[in-house]
Design a protein around this ligand. Structure first.
Ligand code: AMP
Ligand code: MG
Length: 266
């Protein structure tokens, strides 16, 4: 599959309405699902090398609208990795302590150490999304924050952290279906937040601020717009992009400090 076509070119402003939400890559669901186990094995092998090498880190940013599939991606894609080498951070409404600091303070504390994979379920980008839609910050502040985010991401990449950012792109119809399903199933009620209905009413405002966010795609920290109406395709595409990213990072097992042939276990 051509992965580059899902990557946002640096320096460009995309129109999300031109990006598909329901791609299937020309595959059936059964064909797509059959490809996953091999990718999961490759992800696990690459992660073991990353952990052993401990010279680089990978930061995976997940952003989406409500019911866009962030939690499902963590479960089905990130679940392929050894939990010892992964740290998942969920960013919620900032606490009083977090609000008393700059907006990147809570983010920086959660970045992965060398050898680790960090996953941000929501991220620094919330501070230029929900806050803008609800006019908690003005446009100038938003533009300044976007610059701070780019500088912050450069700092991380300069320090050995590769960054890959996913926007899980769903249609309003698919979101409606998923929210309805949550309402119909009592075991999913805990995930239903009546506030999500108000957010849904701001669909176009979110589209506009997401289009600004996607301008922060750079070669070192690219954004991918993942067609996410089909969960199986979302899992497949995110897995493939992560395999490609980790293969480019090319982590190596460290050379042993001993000669195995010289040692005998008695
Ligand atoms: P959930 O991901 O469903 O647990 O919801 C987390 C909530 O926290 C969402 O409504 C987000 O919009 C909100 N949230 C996360 N980060 C921020 C932020 N920096 N400012 C305001 N709200 C945020
Ligand atoms: Mg939610």
């Amino acid at each position: 599959m051509q992965l580059d076509r899902y990557r946002v070119p640096p320096g460009q402003r995309v129109r999300l309405s031109n990006w598909p939400t329901d791609d299937d890559g020309g595959l059936s669901k059964a064909e797509g699902e059959a490809l996953l186990p091999d990718l999961q094995q490759r992800l696990a092998n690459l992660q073991e090398r990353l952990y052993a090498e401990s010279q680089q880190a990978l930061l995976i940013v997940l952003q989406a609208r409500d019911a866009g599939g962030k939690d499902g991606t963590v479960k089905h894609v990130i679940g392929a990795f050894n939990p010892s080498g992964v740290q998942v951070s969920n960013f919620k409404v900032p606490t009083e302590e977090e609000r008393a600091h700059d907006f990147l303070w809570r983010i920086h504390r959660q970045t992965p150490r060398l050898g680790m994979i960090g996953v941000f379920n929501r991220s620094q980008y919330e501070d230029v999304l929900v806050t803008r839609v609800h006019h908690l910050i003005d446009d100038q502040t938003a533009q300044r924050r976007l610059k701070h985010i780019c500088a912050f991401e450069s700092l991380l990449t300069d320090s050995g952290t590769r960054i890959v950012k996913f926007y899980l792109h769903i249609s309003p119809e698919e979101q409606k279906k998923r929210l309805e399903a949550r309402l119909e199933d009592p075991s999913k009620h805990w995930k239903f937040n009546p506030g999500d209905l108000q957010e849904r009413a701001h669909w176009d405002a979110y589209t506009a601020v997401y289009e600004d966010v996607l301008t922060t795609s750079t070669p070192a920290a690219p954004w991918y717009v993942v067609p996410a109406d089909r969960k199986w395709f979302r899992n497949l595409l995110v897995s493939q992009i992560l395999v490609q990213t980790l293969e480019e990072m090319n982590p190596q097992f460290p050379a042993p400090s001993f000669n195995a042939a010289d040692l005998r276990i008695v």
